[in-house]
Write a protein that binds this ligand. Sequence first.
Ligand SMILES: O=C(O)[C@H](O)[C@@H](O)[C@H](O)[C@H](O)COP(=O)(O)O
Length: 254
Amino acid sequence: MSTRLVVVHPDAATLARATAARLLTRLLDAQSVHSPVHVVLTGGTVGIRTLAEIAASPLRGAVDWSGVHLWWGDERFLPAGDPDRNETQARDALLDLLVAEHGLPAQHVHAMPARGDGPGEASTPEEAAAAYARTLAEHAPRGEHVPDFDVLLLGMGPDGHVASLFPHHAALEAPGFTAGVHGSPKPPPERVTLTFAAIGAAQEVWVVAAGAEKAAQAAAALSGGPVTHVPAVRAIGHRRTLWLLDAAAASEHR
Ligand SMILES: O=C(O)[C@H](O)[C@@H](O)[C@H](O)[C@H](O)COP(=O)(O)O
């Protein structure tokens, strides 16, 4: 039985800071029980600000990063190093620091393949999605398809999308655990995403959203709107789902 908690913060800066502290203590708790721990990162302004707040936190040194694996919920299908890739922004905000100074093994950073024809790259979003599914399976418990994600972070767009699962898009019903996306209403148009099957396998799903433009869809998701219209409604963790909002994004939730 999955439980749900909605936590409202006064503003976006406090939301990012509080989410960073929450994630660090969640990792500490998880590491007292098992290793490795697996965290799925998200793109978007709140997701990246949260990583930057971890980089600024004195608590960051309390986590044993050698036992952490990092994944992505989605990626913009762009060449390696493109500043618009979620991976690039995450590395700049935090991951390069963790690798350089806190013992995070570079091979524990599992980026979704970039567009290209080099090793580890892909020529289409579908090829990238298939390659990522193989990597997920390699780190999965026996008989499973994805790792036992301890925390899966998701931002939410004004249209209620999470990861790159957009309203009325085919990826909402895609089989398997990853999918290629074309025609994304949020640029760039081509993306790679986890599916709801992968998202639902996470122990905890945390939806982080800030801004008045998210209020209507946050309220719709929390009240159980149709997934085709508000995909965030299916952002549900196996054990627990947290909605971490600022006051503006929570303003229509009753
Ligand atoms: O690749 C992406 O763009 C993100 O993964 C996307 O799912 C994002 O999290 C939401 O669009 C919210 O983004 P903002 O927090 O910037 O509104």
